[in-house]
Design a protein around this ligand. Sequence first.
Ligand SMILES: [Zn+2]
Length: 94
Amino acid sequence: MTAVAPIEVPCPQCAVPADAESLRCPSCREDLAALVRLRYAGRIDYNEALERIRAGDDAAALLLLRRAVRQEPGLRPALDLLAEVTARAGAADA
Ligand SMILES: [Zn+2]
């Protein structure tokens, strides 16, 4: 289990990736911070879920992982981990 790598968020106008420091478009200077947060939301939840699992809190991790895949349906590590934690929860209930 590893944290997912950062992703580039391009400016909707210029298709230039946001500057990692200022979160602004290097071309038109548009503030892309809100867009970056939105784009990263699933990964932030996924990384938080990893922390919860390390702390032994599968129930909290499940909620975070479900939200992560809703926010970013193609986020493979979150889908895999969701399946794993769901299976573990099912086994615990049996
Ligand atoms: Zn721009």
